[in-house]
Design a protein around this ligand. Structure first.
Ligand code: MN
Length: 129
């Protein structure tokens, strides 16, 4: 079974790029374009990882991260904040809200997979044995 990644992102270009890179590398992608929708899908689908935009139309990503952490159904899922804020302290803010890591936009296709791979569960390696 492929690992599943929930992408909560309202910007179509970023959603397209992340989805493309993830699917190309064998991940199953669940898309949410609003925070409430993402919170629902996190509990319903139990993804292996959540990529979370910080600027969403209905809620900021810090609040989303806190809600994910406070619900036992999603508390254990790794969250990576994806944000265009280049301001000092943003990384700390996302970590304080419960995110495991923070990556900055623009997404770099050459490093994106490396940036998230450390937060994914190890894929089973027993195929064909
Ligand atoms: Mn956004």
């Amino acid at each position: 079974m492929p690992l599943t990644i929930l992408v909560i992102e309202d910007n179509e270009q970023n959603m397209y790029l992340m989805t493309y890179l993830l699917e190309k590398n064998g991940f199953e992608v669940i898309q949410a374009r609003q925070a409430e929708q993402g919170l629902g899908l996190a509990v319903e689908k139990r993804p292996d990882l959540i990529l979370l935009d910080i600027q969403l139309p209905d809620m900021d990503g810090y609040t989303v991260a806190k809600k994910l952490r406070s619900d036992p159904a999603s508390a254990g899922i790794p969250i990576i904040a994806v944000t265009s804020y280049a301001m000092l302290g943003d990384r700390e803010k996302s970590l304080a809200a419960g995110c495991n890591a923070h990556i900055e936009k623009p997404i770099d296709p050459d490093t994106f997979l490396d940036q998230i791979s450390g937060y994914l569960p190890q894929a089973p390696n027993d195929e064909g044995v």
